[in-house]
Design a protein around this ligand. Structure first.
Ligand code: UFG
Length: 340
């Protein structure tokens, strides 16, 4: 059987495709390449460039390939952007997901793995936050994903589509074999920004708020390594294929790091004391978000391998250097061919 991976040319989806291929699975990727890269999808995975909300296209893919499961990664994921442009998030993350679900139901797809987010909890009363905590997102990104969780649960109830909803905390790092990493040019995520500052690709880093009610005044997050995260998806797939009941799991390590702590780790690992400036709070940021990770361990048997922030920062640094060297080599090629 084949897995349809929406957003499989992106950062997390791309790692999922690598993991599927490593496990001997077949994968078809549907990605519009708005933030993904053709090069992230390696053969024998097949890339179809298009919109996952395009029902005619999705139906053709489901007809032409023996797909038993959909892993739905494609989404807009930047919290402050969702505050500035909410309707774009409700179109991309909610309305288009509805179309995808309708196609899945029509074609009697058995299993659906959905990339949800810790942002569905909003500002939790207790950290680590468990899956049963109140759902009260504080930004359109979190609401756009929560609505899709609800649609999926309703569709499952009515039509028997099994699901695992995975609520990601802060995903970071890169493939330990160096095949893939976070390549998005307009990075907004903390670890990526910090390694870019350490490598001198940006003048420094702004800390968005040092007046939060946390141990050092900066926001606390749970940073999960991307290979560990995609391993959870494979386990979820296996669980559903063996007849497991639909499930919602947090994906995080259960340990929180503040923005200052992350910066210190990146400074130590890189050996560079880059510039850091305290600026105002960013819209939509909760003070603390740390995963309660018991369920994913007990039900799926997930056992993380890369729960080590310095190692995650090291992977991110290596990948950023690789991207830089690649773009330098490409610009030399362009100059040489222009000179000929
Ligand atoms: N931050 C800075 N400076 C920067 C970038 C980030 O201070 O240059 C701070 C943010 O304000 C926040 C923390 O670092 O306090 C983490 O910010 P990220 O942008 O790295 O990540 P978010 O926590 O905003 O969001 C991420 C994902 C979401 C997911 C969420 C769950 O993008 O998809 O984690 O915790 F929902």
């Amino acid at each position: 059987m084949t897995v349809l991976v929406t957003g499989g040319a992106g950062y997390i989806g791309g790692h999922m495709v690598l993991a599927l291929l490593d496990a001997g699975e077949k994968a078809v990727v549907l990605d519009d390449l708005s933030t993904g890269f053709r090069s992230a999808v390696r053969p024998p995975a097949k890339l179809i460039v298009g919109d996952f909300g395009d029902m005619a296209l999705v139906e053709t893919i489901l007809r032409e390939h023996e797909i038993d499961a959909i892993a739905h990664f494609a989404a807009k994921i930047v919290v402050p952007e969702s505050v500035a442009d909410p309707l774009r998030y409700y179109l991309n993350n909610t309305a288009k997901s509805r179309n995808l679900l309708e196609c899945a139901v029509r074609h009697k797809i058995k299993h659906f793995i959905f990339s949800s987010t810790a942002a569905v909890y909003g500002e939790p009363e207790v950290n680590p936050v468990s899956e049963t905590a109140a759902l009260a997102p504080i930004n359109p990104y979190g609401r756009s994903k929560l609505m899709t969780e609800w649609m999926l649960q309703d569709a499952s109830h009515a039509h028997g589509l099994d699901y695992v909803i995975l609520r990601y905390f802060n995903v970071a790092g890169a493939d330990p074999k160096g095949r893939l990493g976070q390549s998005t040019p307009q990075a907004t995520h903390l670890i990526k920004i910090a390694v870019q500052a350490a490598l001198g690709f940006r003048p420094g880093l702004d800390v968005f708020g040092a007046d939060y009610p946390t141990r050092d005044g900066t926001c606390i997050r749970d940073y999960i390594q991307v290979t560990d995260l995609v391993a959870a998806h494979l386990m979820a797939l296996d669980y559903l294929r063996k007849g497991g009941e639909s499930l919602i799991c947090n994906c995080g390590y259960g340990t929180g790091f503040s923005v200052f702590e992350v910066i210190d780790v990146v400074k130590q690992v890189s050996g560079v004391d880059f510039n850091v400036r305290i600026s105002g709070r960013r819209a939509g940021d909760p003070a603390s978000l740390v995963a309660g990770a018991e369920r994913i361990k007990s039900v799926l048997g997930w056992a993380p391998k890369y729960d080590d922030l310095p190692a995650i920062a090291g992977q991110a640094l290596d990948w950023e250097r690789h991207l830089h060297n690649k773009s330098k080599a490409e610009s030399v090629l362009v100059r040489n061919s222009a000179a000929r």
